[in-house]
Design a protein around this ligand. Structure first.
Ligand code: PBG
Length: 328
């Protein structure tokens, strides 16, 4: 028998690109963006190189640039002024709250040229920093929180979001939001469910980005990193409740979960390369230990290979630009 020679398919760049099984397209990348209230100028986030808290004007410019680079969607996070936070995160629901103002503006400027998504969660807006409202004992009250998610999703839909993205891991959040949206005629507004969201140490830089007030952790609602089948249970529930797309988060340490969810979902699967994943690569590259561009490209490619067809990444624009250049 002749020797097996898999290297034959690796001989030239042309051969390698012919047989490549995973291909990235800018259209499958979603750029998460932060818009902050009360800023005169965009404010860099020190733990996330190249990422800023936007003003409405700089958001508008950067969003346009992302769309021009071919990025497929934008995910917006609102950062209110600290004095506007309260126990129920009411500034998230107010039409003149920062996130809703940003959605209104981008919806008017970009129309249907992109998919405008909004983080549907309370943590950026609450003074205690939790993703839900608290009961008298200080515990996150699941069912009371659902009422707030309904209002939040409606406010975002009215402001022009194409997709709302509940990220708080409350039980029943997808069903509650679907019911609220349908009740006001927003049947075309989609739900990207954070289906398997783990209580991760890698969210660290994000908490700086949104000026999180959290003292403690999210382990009573986000999943335990030790668990796999729990993600399947969450998936089946979200599909049943009417999620249009499902998401796994973080991505890199959870590629097995991405694969598991992709194998079982009849709807598009997204994965979120979160702040810590992005910043680790930037930090190592700043020290000259790894090649930033190659590492970011490889990480995102691997997330797609694992089964995600949509990737949220802070590097969406630069990756999209590299892809466009290479295809020329
Ligand atoms: C919650 C939310 C978080 C992220 C996205 N949505 C923070 C958290 O769960 O603590 C993290 C994103 C990232 O780390 O890049 N609204």
């Amino acid at each position: 028998m002749s020797l097996h020679r898999p290297r034959r398919l690796r001989t030239t760049e042309a051969m390698r690109s012919l047989v490549a099984q995973t291909r990235l397209s800018p259209k499958q990348l979603v750029l998460p963006m932060f818009v902050a209230d009360g800023l005169d100028a965009p404010r860099p986030i020190s733990s996330m190189p190249g990422v800023v808290n936007h003003t409405l004007d700089s958001l508008s410019e950067a969003a346009r640039a992302a769309v021009d680079a071919g990025v497929g969607g934008l995910m917006l996070f609102g950062v209110p002024r600290p004095e506007d936070k309260d126990a129920t995160g009411s500034c998230g629901q107010a039409p003149d709250g920062i996130l809703n103002r940003a959605l209104t503006r981008l919806a008017a400027e970009l129309g249907d040229t992109t998919v405008l998504m909004a983080d549907t969660c309370l943590d950026e807006f609450t003074d205690h920093g939790h993703c839900g409202v608290l009961d008298a004992a200080g515990r996150v009250d699941n069912d009371a929180t659902l009422e707030h998610y309904r209002a939040l999703a409606l406010a975002q839909a009215r402001a022009g979001a194409h997709v709302v993205a509940p990220s708080g891991m409350m039980d029943g959040q997808v069903a509650a939001i679907r019911d609220a949206l349908d009740g006001e005629g927003f049947t075309d507004v989609g739900i990207l469910a954070y289906t398997a969201k783990y209580a991760s140490a890698f969210y660290g830089p994000f908490r700086e980005a949104v000026g999180s007030s959290l003292d403690g952790d999210r382990r009573t609602y986000q999943q335990d990193p030790a668990n796999r089948t729990e993600a399947v249970r969450e998936l089946l529930a979200d599909l049943d409740e009417g999620a249009d797309m499902v998401m796994v988060k973080p991505a890199m340490s959870y590629l097995d979960i991405v694969r598991e969810v992709a194998d079982r979902s009849d709807r598009p699967v997204a994965a979120y390369q979160i702040s810590g994943e992005y910043s680790m690569i930037c930090a190592a590259a700043e020290r000259g230990w790894i090649d930033r561009e190659a590492a970011l490209d490889e990480a995102v490619l691997s997330i797609v290979r694992a089964g995600a067809s949509i990737v949220l990444t802070y590097a969406a624009v630069e990756i999209a630009e590299r892809l466009q250049q290479r295809s020329r």
